[in-house]
Ligand binder design. Structure first.
Ligand code: SAM
Length: 480
């Protein structure tokens, strides 16, 4: 029990005013004071759920399936291991095979999941640090274009690092107030997730100070931002498209009232899609409107709110805008493309790289392949797709992301790292081999069968190509 959790009386009075009749305030308070169970999501871009189950059995990690997400599990590690090695330093985490994500935070992407089938364009309007973006990328199986937007610069960096670790290659990263999408990218997206900035009332089990600055006025203030964002999301959505609105807060001011605002702004043009059938027991959290209001005591999780809408008809934004300024990318020259494809085929026995090969000065990028090219130029992106290489006199030098995002397609010149070699690799050292190797040139290194980076065969060692900013220190992977 965390009795240090700060729960102000004014907050409890407010909660009591909207707590559903079948729930008790003391159960809510008790749940807020219980520590949160750790949950992880298997990143199916790098590991199958079956392989994850085998890994856990082998390691004596205890897992329980999360009922609303086939890739989600509550996870307990043996105490000795838990104390000796943070989960972020285990091989399964370093290789991007799992993502630590609170169980209820897996709900909004699941609420959007069936709308992602066949979707070409998806927007995640408030995306950092990227738990839901990475879940969306996996659900999309890296296909189509997922625009992941974030307003805060420091959080954008965290989002970018998340996407690199999980092997995302279909993301356009942008750095705007989400309010711009309705004007600059009208009716552009098949599906939108607005996981809105909120007062975070549902997060006290993780952060005992989450309610330190709580006030009804701050709820009201933030709901103004949420209304602006949900209106922008409506305009950015294609007719027939699906919008999921979510928050990790409990107050109706930031939840039901924001949804009511959306419905009132666009009568007849948007309708609720009820979520009571999202998973067995979902009706326990379902409101009369069909929203999910997840109280922490219901499923032993954080508090969350999720609503799903379908756009029925068109209404253009009153202030449509077009981006000015030059697009800094050009298609890579045909001959250079062929050379690169040939090299990749020869060295790694990889098929043709799927996507558009683009260039910005010396950088070589692989953009997602989508029909509507205008989406690449409609706004300014911090990055699109992945940078797979840099040109130099004799061709293209491959970059780390080539390996982490495409390495799974290599069938030649790959090497599985053992725990000691993996430590050497992440510590930025060259990797020692038991015997000299006859191989030459570049090699893709794997851990738990997932690609983690590039090296170069050099006799009895592999030269480490890990960028300095990715080098880690301290205890990794093993703790004995
Ligand atoms: N979806 C994220 C995830 O699952 O990892 C969590 C998003 S968090 C609830 C809301 C995010 O919105 C914060 O990172 C915040 O910096 C960002 N934000 C705040 N105001 C914004 C705005 N006007 N437009 C876009 N993003 C905004």
């Amino acid at each position: 029990m965390d009795k240090h959790t700060y729960i102000p009386d004014a907050f409890l009075d407010d909660v009591a005013s909207y707590l559903p009749e079948h729930l008790q305030l003391q159960d809510f308070v008790a749940a807020c004071q219980r520590p949160l169970k750790r949950a992880v999501r298997v990143n199916t871009l790098k590991m199958s759920v079956a392989a994850f189950r085998d890994y856990c059995a082998d390691k004596q990690w205890h897992i329980t399936a999360i009922p609303w997400c086939p890739e989600g599990f509550w996870l307990t590690r043996p105490q000795e291991e838990e104390q000796a090695l943070p989960i972020g330093r285990t091989d399964i985490h370093l290789s991007g095979c799992i993502y630590v994500q609170e169980a209820s935070s897996m709900l909004p992407p699941m609420a959007l999941a069936d709308a992602l089938e066949g979707a070409e364009t998806v927007l995640d309007m408030a995306a950092a640090p990227g738990s839901k973006t990475s879940q969306l990328v996996a659900l999309l199986d890296n296909q189509g274009l997922l625009v992941a937007n974030e307003l805060s610069s420091s959080r954008l960096k965290a989002l970018s690092a998340t996407l690199k670790r999980v092997g995302a290659r279909n993301v356009g990263l942008s750095h705007f107030d989400g309010a711009v999408f309705g004007d600059y990218m009208q009716e552009s997206f098949d599906a939108i997730l607005l996981d809105a900035p909120c007062s975070g009332e549902g997060t006290v089990r993780k952060d005992p100070d989450a309610l330190k600055n709580w006030s009804l006025q701050s709820n009201i203030d933030i709901s103004d931002v949420q209304k602006t964002l949900i209106k922008s999301a409506f305009h950015a959505l294609k007719p027939g498209g699906t919008l999921v609105y979510s928050t990790c807060t409990l107050t109706p001011v930031e939840n039901h009232a924001v949804c009511a605002y959306l419905l009132a702004q666009f009568p007849g043009l948007i309708e609720i899609e009820p979520l009571h059938g999202l998973f067995p027991d979902a009706d326990k959290a379902c409101t009369e409107h069909g929203y999910l209001h997840v109280w922490p005591q219901l499923f032993d999780s954080e508090g969350f709110f999720i609503a799903r809408f379908k756009k029925l008809g068109s209404q253009s934004s009153s202030t449509p805008k077009t981006k000015k300024g030059r697009f800094p990318f050009t298609a890579m020259e045909k001959k250079a493309q062929q050379q690169l494809q040939q090299y990749v085929q020869q060295q790694f026995a990889m098929d043709k790289l799927a996507g558009r090969l683009m260039q910005r000065d010396k950088e070589v990028w692989l953009f997602p392949d989508i029909d509507d090219e205008q989406l690449f130029t409609a706004i300014k992106y911090s990055r699109i797709g992945i940078q797979i290489g840099t040109t130099h006199r004799n061709g293209v030098r491959l970059e780390h992301e080539f390996a982490t995002c495409l390495g799974q397609y290599a069938t030649r010149n790959t090497m599985a790292l053992n725990p000691q070699q993996a430590q050497q690799y992440f510590h930025g050292q060259d990797i020692r081999l038991d015997e000299p190797s006859k191989h030459k040139g570049e090699v893709i290194l794997t851990l738990n069968s997932a690609p983690v980076g590039l090296g170069k065969w050099q006799g009895q060692k592999i030269k480490n190509a890990l960028a300095r900013d990715l080098v880690m220190d301290g205890q990794l992977i093993t703790w004995v």
